[in-house]
Design a protein around this ligand. Structure first.
Ligand code: PBG
Length: 329
């Protein structure tokens, strides 16, 4: 054998499973995960989202059962989205503040059945808007300052129903400050705000819009969601919400924006969440269905990449299956 003089051998730290476990820098656990869930009207309904295998739109009764199951699996947070019939939608998202509306009833039902489950709710007009936009539309334009009071009322309605954390996903300017004030004025000083601060105008939201039937009726979301070319803009958005009163910030989507997660993690004084969105979920499922990828391994590797990039919280449609895999071990 040739006698190499090689004192530095990184492979020593990879020699056995035991040493690999010892030197491992990052780990994903169920504590990091939030499961997004879709709710629809009716009873005993569990309808699979066409482009998202194993992801369902649940009626409230089955949503509650799902939440119990998630809680038992160790998942402590859900992010809830309503899928509403077009007939109920209008220009000002009136249905979003209906105390007896689907969303508010769903929040109440989950909190009643699994009180400790963290219920994160979505603040944006799109599920309720006849225009399919996150903001108020006038002559084809999204009007920022007319949207803010609508969002404020929506947030308060959700807090009244029992939301623990509200998550504005609309990307209007100044909304975190307005929402914080509205929540405080209504006495909800303990309700947190998870700000979708760096939310990009992404094609990876496609399957989600199928699930909710919430795609814009005209135009796109590029005047409010961010340009995928930008990082500096993400930092600016995140900096703004420190003083507006956010409790957590989010980067969305996940996989194609890991550099943004890293950049935000390095400057953020708040916990950082990442949203591993619908299209990312669909991609891995499609490849797995074709037998092209080992599903469990690529999902675990993907979730780990978010932790490595610096995220504290991961919103992911993989949350339930990940929890099952972990429990089975
Ligand atoms: C809308 C909203 C979207 C998502 C969460 N909230 C879609 C959009 O902005 O068009 C996407 C989530 C996903 O794709 O998983 N307020």
């Amino acid at each position: 054998m040739i006698d190499f003089n090689l004192p530095i051998r990184p492979r020593r730290n990879r020699r056995s499973a035991a040493v690999r476990a010892l030197v491992s820098e990052n780990e994903v656990t169920v504590n990091d995960l939030v499961m997004p869930l879709f709710v629809i009207d009716g009873e005993n309904q569990k309808i699979e989202v066409k482009s998202m295998p194993n992801i369902y739109r649940f009626s409230i009764d089955l949503l509650v059962e799902e939440c119990k199951e998630l809680w038992d699996l160790g998942i402590k947070g859900i992010d809830l989205f309503p899928a509403l019939d077009d007939s109920i939608k209008d220009k000002v998202a009136s249905e979003s503040i209906n105390p007896e509306g689907l969303y508010q009833r769903a929040i109440k039902a989950v909190k009643a059945a699994v009180p400790e489950m963290l219920v994160i709710t979505d603040v944006a007009m799109d599920p309720y808007s006849s225009d399919g936009h996150d903001g108020y539309v006038e002559d084809g334009e999204i009007i920022n300052d007319k949207t803010l009071p609508i969002l404020a009322e929506m947030a308060v309605a959700q807090a009244k129903a029992g939301a623990d954390i509200i998550a504005p996903s609309d990307m209007m300017d100044g909304r975190v400050e307005v929402l914080r004030e509205a929540l405080d004025d209504a006495g909800f000083t303990d309700v947190g705000i998870l700000s979708y601060s760096a939310k990009y105008a992404s094609a990876f939201y496609g399957p989600f819009r199928d699930a909710l039937d919430s795609a814009p009726k005209s135009g796109d979301k590029k005047t409010y969601q961010m340009d995928p070319a930008n990082v500096r803009e993400a930092i600016r958005e995140v900096e703004l919400v420190f003083s507006e009163g956010a409790d957590m910030v989010m980067v969305k989507p996940g996989m194609p924006y890991l550099d943004v997660v890293r950049a935000v993690a390095e400057m953020s004084e708040l916990p950082v969440a990442v949203y591993n969105v619908s299209g990312e979920y669909s991609m891995l499922n499609a490849a797995a269905q074709n037998g092209w990828l080992d599903y469990e391994r690529v999902v675990k590797e993907t979730l780990l990449s978010f932790k490595r990039a610096g995220a504290d919280i991961i919103l992911t449609y993989h949350a339930k299956e990940f929890a099952k895999w972990t429990q089975d071990k």
